[in-house]
Design a protein around this ligand. Structure first.
Ligand SMILES: [Zn+2]
Length: 101
């Protein structure tokens, strides 16, 4: 009997196109930074960076060609050099049960 198992699971390829969508937070150290990119207008798009753990929040305008990882890089630069304007917002917890006070 020709039993053939597809070995797909054993392929350890790491396509470079896979861009991580969650990054490490420079403030709390958790891998909880997400980058949101809005549609570009006149070659510029608005990016929102936030940490799901500590609530670090920053907005910036970046060139249209920027991807999440580029925004994150600029975010880190700004954070460490003190040029980034950022804030803290309360992280939204994704809980299914709602507590009604
Ligand atoms: Zn954080």
């Amino acid at each position: 009997m020709g039993r053939r198992r597809k070995k797909r699971k054993l392929v350890a390829r790491r396509p470079r196109k896979t861009i991580p969508s969650v990054f490490q937070c420079p403030n709390c150290g958790k891998i909880a930074i997400t980058v949101e990119l809005n549609k570009p207008t006149n070659g510029v798009k608005h990016a929102i960076v936030r940490c799901g753990n500590c609530g670090l929040y920053a907005e910036m305008d970046v060139p249209e060609i920027f991807q999440n990882v580029d925004v994150y890089g600029r975010f880190l630069d700004g954070f460490y050099s003190g040029t980034l304007e950022y804030d803290f917002i309360t992280p939204v917890k994704e809980e299914k049960t709602e507590e009604l006070a």
